[in-house]
Write a protein that binds this ligand. Structure first.
Ligand code: HEC
Length: 227
């Protein structure tokens, strides 16, 4: 009986000392991090005493670097391009990218229209609405952009360039052309490349020669690339 009284007195004592007369103060809290998350406020300046972008400090502070968790894929997005950007001067992955095939297959009319829209917004300014490498930013060299953009319909190098390699350059950039990885999703980048290839196919027809055969890598190559 006595022991029960002592235990209930201890509990009552803990409960009372746990309270606070300051109404906004929750009093003593066991493991406060679990009860009250230190939330990250969007757009607010981050308190460097609480948050860190340095993985070495991650245990002591809250690690938050605004990036999606590595390896995660956004809903509706296709699988990542598994080749990394080459180190300067190296072309290993640029060459390897030739083996990667366009995962989208043939686009239907609506998708092709959307691909055209994306091309005209993002690429036409340099590569030209006619894909001739002569967009308003270049204008035969009189425009403000100093470097000649690729002429997709007049240059065999680009007519025969595999889609995977185009994707590599659109994703990581090429010389003076920047990366489009942040402006266009992976799906959108492949769509734009399908659009370029469709226009190249149309342009190649009158000449009745070349290119379209070598556009896609041989079947053996594409299976080996999947591994
Ligand atoms: C600011 C101008 C500019 C814009 C906008 C631009 N490009 Fe380019 N692009 C260039 C230039 C310049 C080159 C030539 C790069 C070189 O080889 O020096 C090029 C080259 C390329 C190549 C050939 C890359 C290679 O490996 O040789 C592809 C493919 C390409 N662009 C696709 C695109 C696509 C798709 C878009 C739109 C998403 C786009 N570009 C937007 C300027 C631009």
């Amino acid at each position: 009986m006595k022991i029960q009284l002592i235990i209930s007195l201890i509990i009552a004592g803990l409960v009372i000392t746990g309270c606070s007369d300051v109404r906004r103060n929750p009093g003593r809290v066991y493991i406060p991090d679990m009860g009250y998350s230190r939330a990250y406020e969007t757009y607010a300046a981050r308190d460097s005493n609480i948050f860190t972008t340095d993985t070495n400090e991650a245990g002591r502070k809250i690690f938050y670097n605004n990036m999606p968790v590595a390896g995660t894929i956004a809903r509706g997005e296709i699988e990542p391009f598994f080749l990394a950007k080459d180190a300067p001067g190296d072309t290993t992955n640029y060459v390897a990218s030739k083996q990667i095939t366009n995962p989208l297959g043939n686009l239907d009319a609506a998708q092709m229209k959307e691909a055209e829209r994306l091309y005209l917004i993002n690429c036409g300014i340099c590569h030209g609405p006619k894909l001739d490498g002569n967009g308003p930013l270049y204008k035969d060299g009189t425009g403000p952009f100093p470097s000649a953009p690729a002429n997709f319909v007049g240059n065999d190098k680009y007519k025969t360039m595999p889609e995977g390699q185009m994707f590599y350059s659109v994703t990581f950039g090429k010389n003076l052309m920047g990366s489009y990885a942040s402006q266009l999703t992976r799906t959108q980048r492949w769509m734009v490349i399908s659009y370029i290839k469709s226009k190249q196919g149309a342009a190649a027809k009158p000449a009745a020669t070349d290119s379209s055969a070598s556009v896609k890598p041989a079947a053996a190559d594409s299976t080996s690339a999947k591994k």
